[in-house]
Design a protein around this ligand. Structure first.
Ligand SMILES: [Zn+2]
Length: 76
């Protein structure tokens, strides 16, 4: 008794890696949040995690007299 198993599998592997892993640090002019609940700091990098949490309607240009945020200082 002969059993022929025809198992043809075509595995299509998508090797397209579109992950953009660049650490694009963009220095911008100083901005801060007008919200009382946000930390009293100003930012000068547009990719600052804290700065990115400021919604557009709370974003005010200028330092506001606040010190520079730590994450922005670390970025240089
Ligand atoms: Zn910042």
């Amino acid at each position: 008794m002969t059993v022929v198993v025809s198992s043809l599998r075509i595995v299509v592997t998508s090797a397209t890696n579109t992950t953009d892993d660049r650490r694009a640090t963009m220095k911008v002019s100083a901005y801060h949040s007008s919200s009382q609940s946000d930390p009293d700091v100003h930012h000068d990098h547009n990719d600052c995690p804290t700065g990115q949490q400021i919604p557009a309607y709370n974003k005010v240009s200028g330092t506001g007299g606040f010190p520079r945020c730590k994450q922005c200082r670390d970025k240089g």
